[in-house]
Design a protein around this ligand. Structure first.
Ligand code: BG6
Length: 484
């Protein structure tokens, strides 16, 4: 906590993200006493509210996104006292002069500009801030998607990089703020048990799944230009992969962790366009049933053209070309309207080299790290079935985090916003990481765009995606966890 205060300037102050994530997270931090008393929040939008009008908007839209159990009227009122509002038109320098004048009256020790806007506004906003000198010493937060491909993300990073130094830039990937993702670091580097086995000699394959039950909701238009590869793989899944596969960092501080993640991203085996159909499966949901309720297909969603070839599901086989992981397939998978909402990592260990017990064991050792919901770790082992003979059975050891830790868990956005205010960069994506991730996905994007007729394979909503995703694993003698 910085006692001299901060000013948190929120562009896109009446947008969806502000309403659902950013302002509720700031409220939680405020309620938990984690924000300096002198800290101020400046909402910015194009609409010509005044402060009272903006507070009415916050009251109407943000309050509903604060968990009822966390709500407290007097705390809420003291939260609202932190707010200022500025209406601002990006094309008018005078508006930025007024913003600068307003900010002169507010705490200046830490100044954050949070761009919760579309990426097309990132560069004009940064330039406008620089035109009145507001870039000096400030921190800038950029939301995903940061660009559409390598070239557009480079163009944004180049232009922003002329105005802000890399240490001033906080690129958000909200998965990095999840408690469970941090726990992954604790599991790997706080124990001696796993690390010696965490390599090709003992690991047969690894699966990383982020499955959603939700469809595209009201975002059909945006999503249709994005697709699952850009929306989930380029960022969240490749970030998870890099944390699972990285070498132990020297310390959990910004550049040690990010250097190690970068090494993984740079070691990903490049995908040749000619082999993409063997290592990448794209799917699109059709009408189906989710938890007993019929849901429409993707092409019938609002804002989506009937003949869309955008993928709502991706499964990939990824290889890492280094000594630790050579030859170990990493299977990544994400999709909308799948059978369950679950994010998990499955480490499949090899069979025992020799069975002294006669016959092969009933299964393999396997570690299942569930990130959400209900964070848990499950270790599958073999045990002897009671009775005569040597019949082995698969059993498991379970660790459910909520049984051990009763504390309130911090939402990802809360942690990340506090990190921005406190100047901690470790959980934000560095430019070179982002570039490496785009570079890796780009041949797949290009190949898919070039062959729309081979388009996404259909799957019914409420299932685990197209059969081709299972066939890809079958070729490696394995299957997705739920198919066991
Ligand atoms: C976002 C994607 O980055 O992550 C969304 O744009 C997706 O499409 C969301 O639904 C998933 O996040 P979480 O935290 O709900 O798993």
């Amino acid at each position: 906590q910085n006692d001299s205060g901060f000013t948190f300037v929120l562009f896109g102050g009446t947008g969806d993200l502000a309403m659902r994530k950013i302002l509720p997270a700031l409220f939680e931090a405020h309620k938990g006493g984690m924000l300096a008393d002198a800290g101020k929040i400046v909402g910015i939008a194009r609409d010509s509210y005044d402060r009272a009008g903006y507070l009415a908007w916050v009251e109407q839209h943000v309050r509903a996104h604060v968990a009822a159990a966390d709500f407290d009227e007097s705390v809420w009122q003291s939260f609202l006292n932190r707010f200022e509002y500025a209406a601002l038109d990006l094309s008018r320098r005078d508006d930025f002069v007024l913003l600068r004048d307003m900010l002169k009256e507010l705490p200046a020790a830490v100044r954050v500009f949070y761009l919760a806007t579309g990426p097309s506004l990132f560069v004009p906003t940064c330039r406008a801030l620089a035109s009145v000198g507001l870039n000096a010493g400030a921190r800038i937060v950029l939301e995903k998607p940061l660009g559409y491909d390598l070239a557009s993300s480079n163009a944004i990073n180049d232009a922003v990089g002329e105005i802000f130094a890399e240490e001033q830039i906080y690129r958000i990937d909200h998965y990095l703020g999840k408690e469970s993702v941090q726990n992954l670091l604790a599991l790997r580097f706080g124990n001696v048990l796993f690390e010696p086995l965490w390599r090709r000699e003992w690991v047969e394959s690894i699966q990383i799944t982020i499955a959603e039950e939700l469809g595209v909701e009201a975002r059909g238009d945006f999503y249709n230009q994005t697709g699952a590869l850009r929306d989930m793989v380029q960022n969240h899944l490749l970030q998870l992969l890099s944390i699972v596969a990285m070498e132990p960092p020297h310390a959990i501080e910004s550049d040690s962790v990010r250097d190690e993640k970068l090494r993984v991203l740079r070691s990903l085996k490049p995908v040749q366009r000619s082999e993409i159909s063997k290592v990448a499966v794209r799917g699109q949901y059709h009408a189906g049933v989710i938890r007993g309720n019929p849901v429409p297909g993707y092409a019938s969603e609002h804002g989506v053209p009937k003949d869309s070839t955008t993928e709502t599901f991706v499964a990939l086989k990824v290889e890492i070309e280094n000594w630790r992981w050579a030859g170990v397939p990493f299977f990544l998978r994400t999709g909308k309207r799948l059978a369950d909402r679950v994010a998990e990592i499955v480490v499949n260990f090899r069979q025992v080299p020799h069975s002294a017990l006669g016959g092969l064991p009933a299964g393999q050792n396997r570690l299942v790290i569930r990130l959400q919901p209900n964070e848990s770790i499950r270790l599958y082992c073999q045990a002897k079935q009671p009775g005569e003979g040597w019949n082995l059975a698969q059993v498991h050891l379970d660790l459910a985090f909520d049984q051990f830790f009763k504390e309130h868990r911090m939402e990802a956005y809360q942690r990340l916003l506090l990190d921005v205010i406190n100047g901690r960069l470790a959980l934000f994506v560095r430019r070179d990481e982002q570039e490496a991730a785009w570079r890796w996905v780009e041949p797949i994007l290009d190949e898919w765009a070039a062959s729309p007729l081979k388009g996404p394979k259909p799957y019914a909503a409420g299932t685990w995606g197209p059969a081709a995703a299972s066939a890809m694993l079958a070729q490696h003698g394995t299957c997705w966890l739920e198919e066991e």
